[in-house]
Design a protein around this ligand. Structure first.
Ligand SMILES: [Zn+2]
Length: 262
């Protein structure tokens, strides 16, 4: 049996466990014999991850849940295969993620970005149950409380376990956030609200879906919130911005008969 390299008590992360980058963060939360997975990543790494889990002496039959933090391909392309290999697990996610996964929405899941030549298979999967704000997932004596944290996408969930938050694509250690993209249902105002909620919570550690864990540092969160607030008024963010002050300035200049080179 390999040694379990706990990230926190009762929490493993499979990239950390493998000591190399497999893809998105795949968290395994366990108590006693029972365990659950938060995201599974791309299909091509699912077997390796499950072999690794088996080598850590977990019984595959005791997997209670496979959670989809949201429906992006890099988080859940392997969900159908994982469901086949872990038939005792209940697959769960936000209702909108369930819809995208069941219908195979290739735009919302980032399986298809035609302008960049990105096109990958997205196996259809029907979630066993949908979860939303306040729902509690239990593994042994541990409880994960579901947070609805829209912004990156409308189906983005986070999960609080005591002083830990499995924070999805809300924010990463360098202050970056999950991709802001109109076709992905991104909403900057909702994103700011989700980040404020994290900032103001009693959560001490953030366990993101990409990169290493980090402290819920108020200054880091505030810096990111302030940056996103500027995005709301920048043409750079297209239809995700709420306004573009330059157009108001221009309108005033036009009305005043200005606008020619001075
Ligand atoms: Zn992601």
């Amino acid at each position: 049996m390999r040694n379990r390299r706990d990230l926190f008590p009762n929490v493993l992360e499979m990239n950390l466990q493998a000591r190399r980058r497999l893809g998105c963060c795949v968290y395994l939360v366990y108590h006693g014999e029972d365990w659950l997975l938060i995201d599974v990543g791309y299909e091509e790494t699912v077997r390796e991850i499950i072999d690794l889990i088996r080598s850590l002496d977990f019984s595959l039959a005791r997997c209670r849940y496979i959670i989809a933090t949201h429906a992006d391909a890099d988080h859940v392309q392997g969900l159908r295969l994982a469901k086949e290999l872990l038939p005792s697990a209940k697959t769960v996610g936000h209702p909108l993620a369930a819809e995208s996964l069941a219908t195979g929405d290739r735009i919302l899941t980032y399986a298809e970005i035609p302008a960049q030549g990105i096109s990958i298979p997205m196996p259809l999967v029907t979630l066993d149950a949908t979860i939303n704000e306040g729902d509690v997932l239990r593994v042994g004596d541990l409880e994960l409380v579901t947070w609805n944290t829209p912004g990156h996408t409308q189906s983005q969930l986070a999960f609080q376990m005591g002083h830990l938050l499995f924070s999805g694509d809300n924010i990463f250690r360098d202050g970056c956030v999950g991709n802001i993209d109109a076709h992905h249902g991104s909403d900057i105002a909702a994103f700011i609200h989700s980040l404020e909620r994290i900032r103001d919570s009693k959560v001490e550690w953030l366990l993101p879906s990409h990169g290493p864990c980090f402290r819920n540092d108020r200054r880091l969160l505030q810096g990111t919130i302030d940056r996103l607030k500027t995005y709301q008024h920048m043409a750079d963010f297209g239809t995700c911005a709420s306004d573009w002050p330059l157009l108001d300035e221009w309108e005033a200049e036009l009305a005043a008969g200005q606008g020619r080179p001075q």
